[in-house]
Design a protein around this ligand. Structure first.
Ligand code: ADP
Length: 167
């Protein structure tokens, strides 16, 4: 292969999640994944097991603002199955983050299931940074409901939206 042939062969991946709300843990995975991939699509979906806090449109606006200066990051919302979204973009690599052993069971099952539905789909797992391993959207929601200081865990635009939701 000629060296020039490699130029257009951009490595792309989808980083899906509910990001409700997006945290520095998610952002860290997205940024570090760009050491491996040329472009990523942060794909905002709804997890049926979780009742949404922010609408998808709000999450889309929040995350788009966070990555506004980074042309390698595209932010999109999707409905339905991830495999169908992946097919629509023709991107068959999915990034997921792992925090603890407890994430492993679910992620393992999900990646096997997705690959069964779409054999071209591969999941790519990245370990959390030690700085963020204990951060989850759930914890942030709980702390926010109880007026906790969550400014170390979410970016300023998300913090402002969360504070506005407090009673
Ligand atoms: P989902 O509802 O699809 O699990 P989440 O928004 O909760 O979506 O998480 C999206 C992905 O980001 C998951 O792979 C999750 O394990 C990962 N993730 C969430 N928080 C962190 C964190 N603090 N460090 C690393 N990965 C994380």
């Amino acid at each position: 292969m000629e060296k020039n042939d490699l130029k257009n062969d951009l490595k792309r991946a989808i980083y899906p999640g509910s990001f409700d709300p997006v945290t520095y843990g998610h952002i860290d995975i997205a940024q570090r994944s760009l050491k491996i991939f040329d472009e990523i699509v942060i794909a905002i979906g709804d997890n049926r097991n979780k009742k949404p806090l922010f609408t998808k449109e709000r999450r889309l606006a929040q995350i788009t603002e966070i990555f506004a200066d980074n042309p390698a990051v595209r932010v999109m919302a999707f409905d339905g199955l991830l495999v169908d979204f992946a097919r629509s973009l023709n991107i068959f690599t999915v990034i997921r983050g792992l925090r603890a052993v407890s994430d492993f069971d679910y992620e393992f099952q999900l990646s096997c299931f997705n690959r069964r539905l779409e054999p071209r789909l591969e999941s790519f797992f990245m370990m959390t940074s030690e700085k963020y391993f204990y951060i989850s959207s759930n914890m942030i929601r709980l702390a926010n409901d109880m007026n906790g200081d969550i400014s170390d865990f979410v970016p300023p635009n998300v913090l402002a939206d969360l504070r506005a939701m407090r009673q």
